[in-house]
Design a protein around this ligand. Structure first.
Ligand code: NDP
Ligand code: 2IT
Length: 446
C-alpha cells in the first residue's frame, strides 16, 4: 500500500475510533483512487478526500415505542447524510439489531460512489435503527416506524434526503413510514422510494437490486464470452435482493442451489425453480419465517445449520445477505471449486482479504457498489416518475435499469482495465469518485 494511503487511513482511524466497517470501506476506496488523487493537485489542495470521509450531517435520535404487552422499548435511530454533491441524499434505512454508526457510515460512504455510478442526480446517505423486526407483530412494527419517523421527518424531504429500504425495511415498513411522514408534514410527496404501486411506487423497484445484479453478471460474463445459462449458482440471503436475483437467474436458465439466512443454509441440488421460489416468497414475505422451513415444503433440500453457502461448488456466486459474509478462506474455496464469477448483491459482503483472493485469481468479481446499484438506480427512476406525476410501464423501467447496469459496467471497464483482466473494484471506485470529486470542486468549499 502506498504511504499516502497509509497516512490517510491513519487520519480516518484516529478521527473515527471503533468504526471498523467504516475504516474497511474507506481503505478499499482510498487504495483505488489514491493514484488519481496524487495526479490532480486540486484534489489535494481542496481536501477532497478529507471532506468525502466526513458526513455532511449525522443525526442520531431516541426511538421509544410500546410493544403489544404495553412494555416500553427504547431504540436508537440514525441518518447519515454523507454527501450531496450530486443531488439530494439518497440511500436506504436498515433495521437490524447490529446497526451502529460504523455500519451506517460504511453504507453511506459506499452509497456516495454507487449513486454516482448510476449517473442519476443522487447524493449519498444511509440510516436505520438497532430495532430488530424479527418476531414483531405488524402493529409493533407500525408503532416503531411511526416513532422513528416522528423524529426523522424534520430532516428529510423529496429535495433534501430520500430514504428507501435495506435489511429489515421492505414494502410494509416503507408504507408505515410514509403514512407518518404524510401526516406530520401534511403533504404527499416522493419523500421515500420503494412505495406501494398504488400510491407512487415504481414498477420493477422491488425486483431492481436482484435483477440489476444479474444484468451486471451478464455483462461481466460477456467479456469472457460466457453466459448465465446452464450455470450452477450459489447465493446467500433469502430476502428482497436474494429472491429477485433468483427469479432472474431462473428466467435466464441458471440453476440456483442455495439460499440462506443468519441461522443457516439450505442446499437444493435439484435447483430452485419458479414454483419453489413462490414457496420461499410466501414463507419469507407473508409468513415471515426462517429459511430452514423450506426443507419442510421441499424435503429433498438439505439444511446446514450455522453454515454459509460458499463451500458448495458453483460456477457463479451471488452474496445477497450482508457485509463481511465471505472470508479469505471461503473466497479460496470458491476459487478452488471453479467459481468464475462473484457478483455482489449485498453491500461489502467480501472481507478485504477475500477481495484480494478474487483479484489475484483474476475471476470476474463485481463489487457491490457497481453490481447492486440497480436498486438505488430504480429508486432514482421512482423519484423522476413522482416528480412528473406519472408512472412508466414495467418494460420501460426494466429497459432503463438494464441500460444503467450496462453503462455502469462500461464505466468499470473504462477505469478498471488492466493488462490481462478487468479490475472492477478499481474501475467502480475511480469512475464513482471522479464524478463526485468534480462536482465538489465546482461547488466550492462546503
Ligand atoms: P432483507 O432484509 O430483505 O434480507 C436480508 C437477508 O440477509 C435475510 O435473508 C437475512 O437473514 C440475511 N441477513 C441479514 N443480516 C445478516 C447477518 N448479519 N448475517 C447473515 N445473514 C444476514 O434485505 P435485502 O435483501 O434488502 O438486503 C440484503 C443486502 O443487499 C444488504 O447487504 C443490503 O444492504 C443490500 N442491498 C439492498 C438493496 C435493496 O434495494 N434492498 C439495494 C442494494 C443493496 P435473517 O432474516 O436471518 O436476518
Ligand atoms: O444499498 C442500497 O443501495 C439500498 N439499500 C437502496 C437505496 C435506495 O435508495 O433505493
Amino acid at each position: 500500500m502506498s504511504s499516502s494511503v497509509d497516512a490517510f487511513l491513519q487520519h480516518v482511524v484516529t478521527r473515527n475510533p471503533g468504526e471498523p466497517e467504516f475504516h474497511q470501506a474507506v481503505r478499499e476506496v482510498a487504495e483505488s483512487i489514491m493514484p488519481v488523487v496524487d495526479g490532480i493537485p486540486a484534489y489535494r489542495q481542496e481536501k477532497i478526500l478529507e471532506r468525502l470521509v466526513e458526513p455532511e450531517r449525522s443525526i442520531s435520535f431516541r426511538v421509544p415505542w410500546i410493544d403489544d404487552r404495553n412494555e416500553i422499548h427504547v431504540n436508537r435511530g440514525y441518518r447519515i447524510e454523507m454527501n450531496s454533491a450530486l443531488g439530494p441524499y439518497k440511500g436506504g434505512l436498515r433495521f437490524h439489531a447490529s446497526v451502529n454508526p460504523s455500519i451506517l457510515k460504511f453504507l453511506a460512504f459506499e452509497q456516495v460512489f454507487k449513486n454516482s455510478l448510476t449517473t442519476l442526480p443522487m447524493g449519498g446517505g444511509k440510516g436505520g435503527s438497532d430495532f430488530d423486526p424479527r418476531g414483531k407483530s405488524d402493529m409493533e412494527v407500525m408503532r416503531f416506524c411511526q416513532s422513528f419517523m416522528s423524529e426523522l421527518f424534520r430532516h428529510i424531504g423529496p429535495n433534501t434526503d430520500v430514504p428507501a429500504g435495506d435489511i429489515g425495511v421492505g414494502a410494509r415498513e416503507i408504507g408505515y413510514l410514509f403514512g407518518q411522514y404524510k401526516r406530520l408534514r401534511n403533504e404527499f410527496t416522493g419523500v421515500l422510494t420503494g412505495k406501494g404501486l398504488g400510491w407512487g411506487g415504481s414498477l420493477i423497484r422491488p425486483e431492481a437490486t436482484g435483477y440489476g445484479a444479474v444484468y451486471f453478471a451478464q455483462q461481466m460474463l460477456a467479456t469472457r464470452s460466457e453466459t448465465v445459462e446452464g450455470k450452477i449458482v450459489t447465493l446467500s440471503g433469502s430476502g428482497n435482493v436474494a429472491q429477485y436475483a433468483v427469479e432472474k437467474l431462473i428466467q435466464l436458465g441458471a440453476k440456483v442451489i442455495t439460499l440462506s439466512d443468519s441461522d443457516g443454509t439450505i442446499v437444493d441440488t435439484d435447483g430452485i425453480d419458479a414454483e419453489k421460489l413462490a414457496v420461499l416468497m410466501e414463507l419469507k414475505n407473508v409468513k415471515r419465517r426462517r429459511i430452514h422451513e423450506y426443507t419442510e415444503k421441499i424435503p429433498k433440500a438439505q439444511y446446514l445449520p450455522k453454515q454459509r453457502p460458499w463451500q458448495v461448488p458453483c460456477q457463479l456466486a451471488f452474496p445477497c445477505a450482508t457485509q463481511n459474509e465471505i472470508t479469505a478462506e471461503e473466497a479460496l474455496t470458491l476459487v478452488r471449486n471453479g467459481c468464475l464469477c462473484v457478483c455482489e448483491g449485498a453491500n461489502m459482503p467480501t472481507e478485504p482479504e477475500g477481495v484480494e483472493v478474487f483479484l489475484k485469481a483474476k475471476i470476474l468479481y463485481g463489487p457491490g457498489k457497481a453490481a447492486n446499484a440497480g436498486g438505488v438506480a430504480t429508486s432514482g427512476l421512482e423519484m423522476s416518475q413522482n416528480a412528473m406525476h406519472l408512472s412508466w410501464p414495467r418494460d420501460e423501467v426494466d429497459t432503463r435499469l438494464r441500460e444503467i447496469m450496462r453503462a455502469i459496467h462500461e464505466s468499470c471497464v473504462q477505469y478498471g482495465r488492466e493488462s490481462d483482466f478487468i479490475n472492477y473494484v478499481k474501475g467502480a471506485n475511480i469512475a464513482g469518485f471522479k464524478k463526485v470529486a468534480g462536482a465538489m470542486l465546482e461547488q466550492g468549499l462546503v
